[in-house]
Design a protein around this ligand. Structure first.
Ligand code: GDP
Length: 195
């Protein structure tokens, strides 16, 4: 897909604020600092689109980005923020759960994991949850420019120890926002998911 246009649309705190135009949506999630904003900016060819709308540790919202007039990226704020109270976290967890379980426009989940580390408990929980809901999942291993070639070769089997990448609804993709390696495969997966 060629991106001609992208814009931030809304930070939604409740489902009443979600876009009403029935475009397909792709959710992106991962722990904070995994490289999610960098990936969004890299694939949309923007310098600072994703960061500007985020307020780490404050209100947690689902951030909608319109890509061309084809689809929305739905940025699910990183899990694992220490600053957020237990009550806030629970409330937000319910909102995400509700979104993932009921949103008819949702066509897939991009789950970002850090290529240098084993998936966290939160990563595993999110993965298994989306698997149960039959949502197509693209597992993106981020920051692979920081790995040696030999480590990149072993990445899929290493991450496969924690996440069942053999499931038919699951695709694995090593990625770097620095080099944009595999960006074509990223967009292929998006195109297939929304058609
Ligand atoms: P977010 O919290 O998931 O949105 O993470 P960010 O996109 O803000 O990235 C967190 C840190 O990792 C920043 O310092 C980024 O510059 C860095 N980073 C993100 N992606 C990459 C990547 O592909 N390669 C390298 N080397 N660093 C990255």
């Amino acid at each position: 897909m060629k991106v001609n246009n992208s814009k931030f649309v809304i930070s939604a705190v409740s489902d009443k604020q979600y876009p009403q135009d029935d475009l397909p949506e792709i959710a992106l999630s991962g722990r904070s600092n995994v490289g999610k904003s960098s990936l969004i900016n890299a694939v949309l060819n923007r310098r600072n689109l994703a960061r500007t709308s985020q307020q780490p540790g404050k209100t947690q919202t689902l951030n909608f980005y319109l890509v061309n007039t084809d689809l929305y990226f739905v940025d699910v704020p990183g899990y694992g923020y220490a600053k957020v109270s237990k009550e806030q976290r629970q409330k937000f967890g319910e909102m995400i759960q509700d979104y993932l379980e009921t949103r008819a426009d949702l066509k897939g989940l991009v789950l970002l994991v850090d290529a240098r580390h084993d998936p966290t408990v939160d990563d595993i929980n999110m993965f298994n949850y989306a698997l149960c809901l039959n949502i197509p999942i693209l597992v993106v291993a981020t920051k692979i420019d920081k790995l040696k070639k030999s480590a990149i070769g072993q990445l899929e089997s290493k991450i496969g120890l924690s996440l069942d990448l053999t499931q038919s609804q699951v695709t694995f993709l090593p990625f770097s926002s620095e080099t944009k390696i595999n960006i074509d495969k990223f967009w292929k997966w998006i195109e297939n998911s929304i058609k």
